[in-house]
Design a protein around this ligand. Structure first.
Ligand SMILES: [Zn+2]
Length: 242
């Protein structure tokens, strides 16, 4: 190869490595921007959302946006409840972000045992609490709306367990059965019922929830129990999952 040819080859090689270098710099710059500015996740409906970890504890989130591993039977959006009346315009399950994180962790533990959480109720707007109080003005069944329920704070959920095929576990009574067989200290129940309730209670407690003595289905997240009562209402205009 002539000296001129060798020189041209060197120039070409050097240009090529410069271009590679500049592409690497540009690429790395874009990656940094994405990580720093857009901590997002994509929901089932294809919507881009902020990641659950990046949200403030008090933010309200729809659980189905952050996990497709839950099951829903939101009774207050139907007439199949103790009031025999629909009090929600549509079935949606919202909680505070801190509650959602704990529920996702608890559900992962349940799924390792072949079951998952099925929701009956989640966050409940305070105005719906007033409506329920109007229908059943009895503090034994409905929390007084003036003080509010932890459901109104986005820190309580009503749940049961079902198999991964969708078969509910036997808990001895239906949701919102008001009477002694629904109490945690009821012992005259079949062994399998007691075992199912124990699995639900022990796992939920492990992830920061506490129960109330008279309702096997109700769990409050300790960390969210003192949040303010809210009246945020979810939209029913979009045909999206619960
Ligand atoms: Zn409840």
């Amino acid at each position: 190869m002539s000296k001129i040819g060798l020189f041209l080859l060197c120039v070409l090689l050097s240009l090529s490595s410069c271009r590679d270098l500049s592409e690497r710099v540009v690429d790395s710059g874009l990656e940094e921007t994405e990580i720093q500015v857009l901590p997002t996740t994509t929901s089932e409906s294809g919507k881009t959302l902020p990641s659950l970890a990046s949200l403030p504890d008090t933010a309200f989130v729809r659980l189905s946006d952050y996990s497709s591993d839950f099951s829903f039977d939101l009774r207050y959006a139907t007439e199949n409840n103790f009031m025999n009346t629909r009090v929600y315009d549509c079935p949606k399950c919202y909680t505070r972000a801190i509650t959602a994180r704990a529920l996702i962790e608890a559900n992962a533990a349940f799924m390792k045992k072949g079951v998952r959480i099925r929701f009956f109720d989640c966050y409940r707007p305070n105005s719906v609490q007033y409506l329920m109080w109007k229908i059943v003005p009895n503090p034994q069944y409905v929390a007084n709306p003036v003080k509010g329920s932890i459901h109104n704070k986005g820190g309580a959920v009503d749940i049961t367990l079902e198999t991964l095929e969708g078969e509910p576990l036997d808990m001895g009574t239906d949701f919102d059965f008001f009477g002694k067989p629904a109490y945690h200290d009821a012992t005259e129940l079949p062994t399998r019922v007691l075992a199912n309730r124990k699995l639900l209670k022990e796992t939920m407690e492990h992830y920061g929830f506490w129960s109330v003595r008279t309702e096997w289905w109700h769990y409050n997240l300790k960390a969210a129990s003192s949040y303010p009562v809210e009246d945020f209402k979810w939209s029913c205009s979009m045909a999206l999952p619960q």
